[in-house]
Structure formats: C-alpha cells, structure tokens
Design a protein around this ligand. Structure first.
Ligand code: SF4
Ligand code: SF4
Ligand code: F3S
Length: 266
C-alpha cells in the first residue's frame, strides 16, 4: 500500500545494541533501503549523525510534528528503581522518556527480550529494578518482538504487515506476533526425529553431537520456547543455534536468564 512513510522514533535504554546490530545485517530489505525508502527514521541514537543537543532537538521536533502518527521502537529495558536513575539520557530517566514518547505514538514495538520482558538487566537480583516496556506503558498499543537478539526478519515482517494491512498481526498472550512465535522450537526442529527415536548428544563434542543428534540432554530449551528459529534461521547463512550444535537457551521467553538456567547440562 502506497502512502506516506511511517515515522519512527527508536529509543535505546538498558541494552547491548545487539538488536540493532542484528537488524543491520538483514538483507531483505537491507537496512539502507529500510531507512531511506520504507520508513522515515527520525531518531536512532546508534544510526543518526546528530548527537547531544542537536539529537535532543530532533526527538522533540519529531514528537511534535508527527504527534499521534509515529511508531516508537524501544530497544532495552527500563530502570524503575530509585526513580529510574540508573538509565538516563540527556539528564532524563529512561522511564520518563518512554512515557513521554509512547504517549503520542500510534504504536510501540519492543524489539528484543530486554525491551519486551526486562532481559539480562532484570535477572536476579535485578539491582536497577529493570522491567520491559509493558510494565511502564501497559499493552494497549504494544507489540513485543523478543529474542536476544530477535531475528531481524520477525521485526521487519511485523512492520511490513502493519504497513501492508493497516492493522496489527495476530498476537499471543505475551503480545508476540503469532506468525513468528506461534509454535515451539521443538515442533519444527530438524533434530526432532532424533529426540523421538531417543538419540541424544550426551556431551559436547561426543559422537552423538557430531552426528547432529538431539541436544535435550545438553540443556536444550526448545520444548518450552516459542519461536520460528528453525524455519527462518539467521543472517542468510541458513543456520540457527541448534543447527550449529548449540542448545536453545529460550531467549524469546520472559525471564529466560533466571527461568531457563542452567543453560548447559553435560
Ligand atoms: Fe542485547 Fe539481547 Fe537486549 Fe537485544 S535483547 S539489546 S541482543 S541483550
Ligand atoms: Fe527439541 Fe532441542 Fe532436541 Fe531440537 S535439539 S528436538 S528443540 S530438544
Ligand atoms: Fe533464541 Fe533458542 Fe532461537 S536461544 S535464537 S530462541 S534457538
């Protein structure tokens, strides 16, 4: 559908920038095309040339000019403890920035598990009171695209769906698009036949591991993790963690740092 390019304000809070790094490696469309032709990316601290006062001005001008019409993308968790002082940008706590920017956004997309559920910052004992976006602004206009990092195509497909159909894709109870997070890793894993037949890698590097047997006994969390990694794979190289011999650690699920550990068993 042809129309004005949607304006995007991309906020970085407590995170590693891995989600942006992952998106930079997409090639359908490549990031250049996305940023120059498909969306109007007004504010993104990693990609924009402006810094400091200039960048702040862009943020405020964009919020004003596109009030009620822009998409806010959030990468990273939000500190809530002690008034949110553990993450500040331009002297302002991230929690306040998020409230201000989200208020007039038509849609908020939390990219990555940090923004969706708190991520590594929220792991026990969570010293900064880190939370996901939903705990600050609620879920009304929120879509979560979790993963650490998420597959860039799940983010791009979410944006494309909204631009094409003018509505949100169907979401699960955690606000994740069902087209990407509707099935368990375990349900479409190429090692599943080995699981069903009881053929397991017992140790990293053993014969079963080298033969591509199931990684369940090494700690694989594929049976409790919803994501399309085995189907969509990563970075156009045709593989994904389990395909490369590494157990799934459940990175698309809430609190995976606490609830999916120990990651390895051997
Ligand atoms: Fe980094 Fe993972 Fe957080 Fe993305 S979700 S910012 S990759 S720690
Ligand atoms: Fe399931 Fe993991 Fe085994 Fe694949 S490797 S079949 S996801 S337990
Ligand atoms: Fe994450 Fe498991 Fe996919 S660790 S990248 S959900 S295979």
């Amino acid at each position: 559908k042809k129309g004005p390019k949607p304006t995007v304000i991309w906020l970085h809070f407590m995170e590693c920038t891995g989600c942006t790094e992952s998106l930079l490696r997409a090639s359908h469309p490549p990031i250049g095309r996305l940023v120059l032709d498909i969306i109007n990316l007004e504010y993104h601290e990693t990609l924009m040339p402006a810094a400091g006062k200039q960048a702040e001005e862009v943020l405020h001008q964009t919020m004003e000019k596109y009030k009620g019409k822009y998409i806010c993308v959030v990468e990273g968790a939000v500190s809530t403890k002690d008034g949110g002082i553990y993450c500040k940008i331009a002297g302002k706590p991230a929690i306040q920035i998020l409230k201000d920017v989200a208020k007039d956004a038509m849609l908020v997309i939390a990219i990555g598990t940090c923004a969706s559920f708190g991520g590594v910052q929220a792991a026990a004992p969570n010293p900064t009171g880190a939370v996901g976006v939903k705990d600050v602004i609620g879920v009304d206009k929120l879509i979560n695209v979790p993963g650490c990092p998420p597959n860039p195509y799940n983010f791009l497909a979410t944006v494309s769906y909204i631009l094409t159909f003018g509505k949100l894709p169907e979401l699960d109870k955690l606000r994740r698009p069902k087209f990407a997070y509707g099935r368990l890793i375990h349900d479409h894993c190429e090692r599943r036949a080995h699981f069903d037949e009881g053929r397991f890698a017992e140790k990293f590097g053993d014969e079963g591991h080298r033969k591509g047997y199931c990684l369940y006994k090494l700690g694989c969390k594929g049976p409790v993790t919803y994501a399309n990694c085995p189907v969509i794979r990563f970075c156009d190289v045709g593989t994904w963690p389990v395909g490369s011999g590494h157990p799934c650690i459940g990175c698309t699920e809430p609190n995976f740092w606490d609830e999916m550990s120990p990651f390895y068993k051997s």
